[in-house]
Design a protein around this ligand. Sequence first.
Ligand SMILES: [Zn+2]
Length: 180
Amino acid sequence: MVKKSFEFEPRYSDIEQGIEERKNRIKTLCFKICSKCGETKFIFKFSLDKRNADGRTNICKACRSLEGLNHYYQNRSKMLRQNKEYLKANKKARSIYSKDYRIKNKERLKELAGKWYKSNKKTIKKRNLKYYQENLEACKRRRKLWIEKNKEKIREYNREYKRRRRLKAKESNPGKQEGK
Ligand SMILES: [Zn+2]
């Protein structure tokens, strides 16, 4: 088979220009310059973005993730600071509110606390025992102080306890009690 010769002689400069254009097209297809760090990077180093004509973001993934991190940390400390300031400014209002809440929801809170205690009995007992053993002297001192402070209350409680026990014994075994 004989190779068909060209009808016209292409100019060398045309070929060169064509190659250059193709190169550039491939270049813009495969590479992009990041508007943040200014580096030429492979197109897949840029996230997809429909709003852009070339379908990719103008800032590379690395720069964007860095931006995100910076934003997070800046906002984080800002938010923490704001929170703290808010709490400080509203301390009194909050304490009134929570007191009010506790009074209004006394029964419900009591019930919740009871439920919580029941389902965590073992852990609580263990924790209390551990605390007691580690702070033996302080606990003993506190207990003594408490007893001293609540003497009348304790006496009253003991009286009531004995009275109830007597009543209970009477109820469960009336004959024996009356015989005595
Ligand atoms: Zn970049």
